[in-house]
Design a protein around this ligand. Sequence first.
Ligand code: FAD
Length: 462
Amino acid sequence: MTLDAFRSDLGAIKVEDNPKFVQKKSRDFYWYSPVLKRQLEGVSAELVVTPQSEAEVVQVLRAAYRHGVAITPRGAGTGNYGQAMPLSGGAILDLSAMDRIVHSDATRVRAQAGAILEKMDRHTKAEHGAEMRFFPSTYRTATIGGFVAGGSGGVGSIRWGGLRNFGNILGLTVVTCEEEPRVLKLEGADVLKVAHAYGTNGIITEVEIPLTAAYDWVGVILGFPDIIEACRFGEALGRQDGILVKEIAPVAAPVAHDYFGHHRRFIPRESSVVVAMVAPQSVEALEVYARHSDAKILFRSDRDAQGERLPPVFELCWNHTTMLGLKVDPSITYLQTQYPDLERVKRIHELLGDELPLHLEVIRFDGRVVFSGLPIVRFTTEERLEEIIAMHEENGCLVFNPHRYTLEEGGMKRTDRGQLAFKREADPKGILNPGKMVAWENPDFDFDSGRQWLFSGLQRAD
Ligand code: FAD
């Protein structure tokens, strides 16, 4: 049997085949989407392989190539689009044991792919007074390899943009899946061949990222009479060059009060809010700026959380907002959008009102302050979800569809030729995370057709 032959080539490398354990490690946070929940529920690998070193990764990929076993890499499994789910079965390659910090100084840190972001940040703060430019709100659990392969940006993107921007990833070490796997060091523009490719064209074993000065960020929640005022303030705050912020997230009433359990007592139900992280030396300036704008400071972590273990305010932001919502109302879901300006936010709010309570993230995108959206959707049917997406697109707003598990349909809406070319080189048999890159299965797929791509391997799992 193929799997037995694969296993016997692994020698002493840790392998687990307990079906319950394997199924747990075959899942991520795909269930945030009712569409992916329906499609991916039955997906499972047959084995979990946990290498302890780069040499073991090479050995696993050599064996996988030889026996044609599908390999799906996994960090912490916190992705939202089924990215880390093995559509073709085979083996999960769990990178979490490779978590060593390789090098750090005041400007950069290099770590093995399985290092948890919080652990890296604690290290560089303690050693060098430096911190990560930005991180996903899953900072406490996610790995650096998983973030680079499956994430986009997060807390800090108001200052530093996202992973797609040159300079935010300094270097990657990647192992190819060939007869004799190669260990490649990618730098400069080459990192984009593998960044946000869902592990379809190489296994990342090390990541190097730049750092910035560390601060004891103060969490602030500001109140507004409506969400449009909150957005107006959030955008203006993002353009205040003298106030140092790491996070700005407008969230509509009543979901801020209803969903933010730990902070509920600070937030009146009728208040829309802006959740912000501000450097300590900028808090006073923010107070002054808020008074000029009729914003009310409802909460300050340095004043109101004394002696209490409240979660950091970034765990009210990004997809944590959705998570907190799902705990209160399991029927909701979300979208990922980008609104080019406040007028477009207003238009969508007028069209959809409380069917789409707005949660936006103010970010820097190609040098401009824009609204990235993770609005809550009061979900009814998949057809209505499609209509809501169409309404966004008709009104000039981008949708990065979080209800699709392929790379291209989820955001790019086109083939990334660089990533496809690198896959031909690094994974000629197409066994790394099969089914996630449409261009590999069907180079002629028309992304404008509106059709949904269903990977043929899924038929096995249905
Ligand atoms: P995984 O989920 O394990 O993997 C992600 C993808 O990368 C998969 O395709 C996997 O196959 C691949 N992969 C993993 N490791 C490797 C490797 N070593 N080599 C090659 N491929 C690999 N994302 C954001 O960008 N910003 C946010 O603010 C954010 N907030 C979130 C909030 C919540 C509550 C949740 C549930 C998710 C959020 N996410 C966010 C998504 C996700 O948490 C992050 O992208 C996270 O960084 C993924 O890391 P991970 O270790 O869990 O990766």
